[in-house]
Design a protein around this ligand. Structure first.
Ligand SMILES: [Fe+2]
Ligand SMILES: [Fe+2]
Length: 214
């Protein structure tokens, strides 16, 4: 009989496996793990139940699963993109939901429905902005599922702090300024306030202290 921790660990490894394959050549395992750890921690800090926050962390791993439907050459192309390319890239949110729905159809026996439900919300809405200027649906404020608002903060912060083919790694100061400047437009202002409470450095310590394999 699987314990809750066994199930959580199994689901985390399963999510890391399929996300790594889907995003081959773009997101690193360390990005997926950091987004997972930070999302779960931020959820706990705003008072979410511990187990629920852990599952949110697993679902967060699948935020960009829809990238698997976008040619790798496009992801790896150094910016700037043509308008058409940018629009196609944006469709990864919807592809993500389609992929997860397919998994839901045949995978219910080994992946929890609640996990897939959370993963769909996150995949669909992690590029929505608090002020309604995001995509794909232009949701605003609390219309955006909380899980997606949480993952957005973790995802953007790790992306800014990381070196990518098209950008250098930002400093902690630059990243913190970006978060503050876009609080209430791009990001949920309450989440930004909680995220910055202990300073950005404390989040780096958290991800490097992780027991997950990096
Ligand atoms: Fe994304
Ligand atoms: Fe990401």
């Amino acid at each position: 009989m699987m314990t809750h921790d066994d199930l959580l660990g199994f689901s985390r490894n399963w999510a890391l496996g399929i996300a790594t394959v889907a995003e081959l050549g773009d997101a690193t395992r360390s990005h997926l793990e950091t987004v997972s750890i930070w999302s779960a921690e931020l959820a706990k800090r705003i008072g979410m139940d511990e187990a629920e926050a852990e599952w949110l962390g697993v679902a967060a791993i699948l935020h960009d699963i829809g990238k698997g439907a976008i040619p790798r050459e496009l992801w790896l192309k150094p910016a700037p993109f043509f308008d058409q390319e940018r629009e196609f890239i944006k469709s990864h949110s919807e592809f993500g939901v389609a992929v997860l729905e397919r998994i839901e159809e045949w995978g219910q026996s080994f992946v929890s429905v609640a996990l897939l439900q959370a993963a769909k919300e996150i995949a669909w809405s992690h590029h929505e902005n608090w002020d309604g200027s995001g995509y794909p649906r232009g949701l605003s404020g609390e219309e955006i599922p909380l899980a997606a608002r949480i993952v957005k903060v973790a995802d953007v912060v790790d992306a800014l702090l990381s070196k990518r083919p098209y950008k250098a790694a930002w400093s902690l100061t630059e990243t913190e300024r970006e978060l503050r400047e876009n609080s209430g437009t791009e990001f949920d202002p309450d989440l930004v306030a909680v995220f910055l409470e202990g300073g950005l450095k404390s989040w780096l310590d958290l991800s490097s202290c992780s027991s997950l394999v990096r």
